[in-house]
Design a protein around this ligand. Structure first.
Ligand SMILES: Nc1ncnc2c1ncn2[C@@H]1O[C@H](COP(=O)(O)OP(=O)(O)OP(=O)(O)O)[C@@H](O)[C@H]1O
Ligand SMILES: [Mg+2]
Length: 272
């Protein structure tokens, strides 16, 4: 279960620490003197799909980039697989990076590379494999995400939006990661393609023992695919829990988001 504690207390202390894949404690991030995250805490347990939600501009992508080490934090601790990333040696950091898969919100694929070559980017970065083996491994990932084999030789401009998201997911899975970070993976997709993508994520979690950290605005995704939801507000995790917890929350933003007109329709449909 994801555990968030706005007061910085480690509420996961009684859980088996080895099962906590990601632990964020009291993380503060400022960009050019503007405070974006203020002592934010969040845990994600192995095998769970966490939906991370919050208003546009609240700092969801900033937190993701901070967790991935692409952005500096002012204070706080980030542990991945039990290792404090600030104290990790170069080799430890490399080992951690190899266990992470990422699908960024923007610029999902390199436009000058085919799908197969895109999937091979992390392999080239971290592994030294013969080309034939890399082709075979990348092809397996293309099939794993439900793309037809002929998509492998296509360029991103020749793919639909849904296929691009799948190809980007294949690249995120290139190194058989333990956790994948997906930033708005279904934005821009029609509801049917989005639902298919959600099903794929759940299937991969079930079959590959994956942990999934998913930033999303998509209520359908939150209701159908996520085990837990964490809400970013007031620069920290405001509320964390199951969808039922969200539906009971009296936080104004959470209430209007999860109990607004669109959400009520989804809730009724899910319970029918
Ligand atoms: N590189 C940057 N330089 C300056 N400000 C930035 C930078 N990246 C993010 N910000 C600011 O940080 C804040 C949080 O941005 P972020 O992209 O994390 O929001 P978000 O929650 O992901 O929003 P969305 O749901 O629209 O993707 C915003 O005010 C944004 O303008
Ligand atoms: Mg964002």
């Amino acid at each position: 279960m994801a555990v968030a504690s706005g007061n910085g207390v480690n509420t996961a202390q009684n859980a088996d620490e080895s099962e906590i894949v990601l632990s964020v404690r009291d993380v503060t991030v400022a960009i050019e003197d503007k405070l974006i995250l203020d002592k934010l805490s969040l845990d994600i347990e192995r095998g769970e799909i966490l939906g991370f939600v919050g208003a546009s501009g609240a700092g969801k992508s900033v937190l993701l980039r901070t967790i991935l080490g692409l952005m500096p934090k002012q204070s706080g601790t980030i542990r991945l697989f039990g290792v404090d990333v600030d104290k990790a040696s170069e080799i430890e950091r490399l080992r951690i990076d190899m266990r992470l898969g990422v699908l960024f919100q923007h610029g999902a694929l390199f436009s000058a590379l085919t799908v197969l070559e895109n999937v091979q980017v992390p392999m080239r970065e971290y592994l030294d494999l013969p080309k034939k083996l890399m082709d075979e491994l990348a092809m397996l990932k293309v099939e794993l995400v439900g793309l037809p084999p002929d998509a492998a030789q296509k360029f991103p401009s020749e793919l639909s939006g849904g296929m691009i998201k799948r190809a980007a997911l294949a690249r995120a899975l290139a190194l058989d990661p333990d956790i994948v970070f997906l930033d708005e993976p279904t934005s821009g997709l029609d509801p049917i393609s989005a639902a298919e993508f959600d099903e794929l994520v759940v299937k991969l979690r079930d079959t590959m023992d994956l942990t999934v950290y998913m930033v999303t605005h998509d209520l359908d995704t939150l209701f159908t695919a996520c085990d837990h939801v964490a809400v970013l507000g007031k620069k920290r995790v405001l509320v964390e829990g199951t969808i039922d917890d969200m539906l009971k929350s009296e936080e104004p933003w959470v209430k209007s988001y999860f109990r607004g007109k669109r959400a009520r329709q989804l809730d009724l449909a899910a319970r029918a």
